[in-house]
Design a protein around this ligand. Structure first.
Ligand code: PGA
Length: 238
């Protein structure tokens, strides 16, 4: 089973119009590897139109579960697709903690994404305390059971240990390998699903992480803001 690698950048709450120059700086799309950038929603349409033809895909960072309605400040999956997104991150740990998103909310978002023709990138991951208590696998299993969409379609998983996000700490390759194998064994059609690792992926650790058999790419936060770093991580994937 050949699973194409995916290097996805998550800009979080960073990025202004002037940062669209990023697209010219990351270089040509690498054969054998998909590249996705998830800018803030304000840049989605302009990023997608600038990226057209470059091979770089555009994704959103979140969506609402409803198709439309009285939800001030929210964006539906259909709106994101209309703006040019092909993917959307759902259930990122910052959404789970900042906005109280539960597994069932995340599942509804993933289902809304699939319905709108978007590929959801479903994030799961344990906290430091949960790992230290030996509960990493049971926490991730429960998140997957609670948030996996009940709708067919391409769903990408991102395993992001919460304690590794934005901290400069990464899980050791052995723990990543074990968790990715575990996730693959749990999900429907596991052998064809892409499972990304996220949490302080940098140019200097990307090669070892991306070489693992069950790691099909990376979800990159901080290092995706710098074109040279992001380019180096893409280079490590191919
Ligand atoms: P980080 O973020 O690479 O800055 O740790 C990863 C993420 O939150 O997706």
């Amino acid at each position: 089973m050949i699973r194409r690698k995916l290097i996805a950048g998550n800009w979080k709450m960073h990025g202004l119009t002037r940062d669209l120059s990023f697209l010219g700086e990351i270089g040509p799309a690498a054969p054998g590897c998909d590249i996705l950038v998830c800018p803030p929603a304000t840049l989605l349409a302009s990023f997608a139109s600038t990226a057209r033809g470059s091979g770089v895909l555009t994704g959103a960072q979140d969506c609402h579960s409803a198709e439309s309605g009285a939800h001030t400040g929210d964006l539906s999956a259909q709106m994101l697709a209309d703006a040019g997104a092909s993917h959307v991150i759902v259930g990122h740990s910052e959404r789970r903690s900042d906005h109280g998103e539960t597994d069932s909310i995340v599942r509804a978002k993933a289902e809304a994404a699939l319905k709108a023709g978007l590929t959801p990138i479903l994030c799961v991951g344990e906290t430091r305390a949960e790992r230290e208590a030996g509960r990493a696998e049971s926490v991730v299993a429960a998140q997957l059971a609670g948030s996996w969409p009940a709708k067919d379609g391409e769903t990408i998983i991102a395993y992001e240990p919460v304690w590794a996000i934005g901290t400069g700490l990464t899980a050791c390759v052995q723990d990543i390998a074990v968790m990715h194998g575990f996730i693959r064994s749990l999900i429907v059609d596991g052998s064809r699903r892409r499972i990304l690792y996220g949490g302080s992926v940098k140019p200097d650790n990307a090669r070892d992480i991306l070489a693992l058999e069950d790691v099909d790419g990376a979800l990159v936060g901080g290092a995706s803001l710098d074109a040279a770093s992001f380019r180096a991580i893409i280079a490590a994937a191919v």
